[in-house]
Design a protein around this ligand. Structure first.
Ligand code: IMP
Ligand code: MG
Length: 187
């Protein structure tokens, strides 16, 4: 039986570890409506390209653009992940390149979470080289307590404590991305 174990108050049990509900599906979708409205307003007379960072951002990006009511484009690239660990290796690698030409384009980077900010710093440096007309960042989650880089995040879904979370695109050893809400590791 390989079903996700959702016993007791809807907690997720992974071996000896327990994840408890943090942000509900309703709260996420409500925030997506607000962020979509804000982006639509800010980019009213522009044609932005939303660039999702794979794998984590795919669900957030999909839900977010449904709330963007101006014309926009979408593309993705892929960075190396945490592997199967809960802490970052401290190295970022580009695993799949971006196809779109972003020179002179209005770019919105879409991330699932900014933790230390190392990945976002790498992304900003990499994309800046192509000379986009503008470059902004949308992240569903931010852990302000663990930020180590001075990064401006223009669209933030939720600020959370410095704890490991899963669900809604975010994985633990590549699993649990398909959970509809966000769960946090309970200590
Ligand atoms: P950073 O480079 O330390 O900011 O980490 C960013 C990346 O690590 C994110 O894009 C996520 O893929 C992953 N990550 C950071 N925190 C978490 C977490 O709590 N759960 C799952 N993945 C995370
Ligand atoms: Mg990510």
């Amino acid at each position: 039986m390989d079903k996700i174990d959702k016993k007791k108050e809807d907690c997720i049990h992974v071996g000896n570890e327990k994840f408890i509900p943090l942000i509900t599906e309703e709260e996420i979708q409500k925030r997506n409506v607000e962020l979509g409205k804000k982006i639509s307003k800010d980019y009213r007379s522009k044609l932005p390209i939303l660039i999702g960072v794979l794998n984590g951002s795919f669900i957030f990006l999909a839900d977010l653009i449904k709330n963007v009511n101006i014309k926009c484009e979408v593309d993705f690239f892929k960075l190396s992940s945490y592997g199967d660990e809960k802490i970052s290796s401290g190295h970022v690698k580009l695993l799949k390149e971006l196809n779109a030409d972003i020179t002179d384009r209005h770019v919105i980077i879409v991330e699932d979470i900014v933790d230390s900010g190392l990945s976002m710093q790498f992304i900003l440096e990499m994309l800046s080289k192509s000379k986009p007309a503008s470059l902004s960042v949308a992240s569903l989650l931010v852990k302000p307590g663990s930020l180590k880089f001075d990064i401006k995040i223009d669209y933030i879904g939720f600020e959370i404590a410095d704890k490991f979370v899963i669900g809604y695109g975010l994985d633990y050893a590549q699993k649990y991305r398909n959970l509809r809400s966000i769960y946090v590791l309970s200590e």
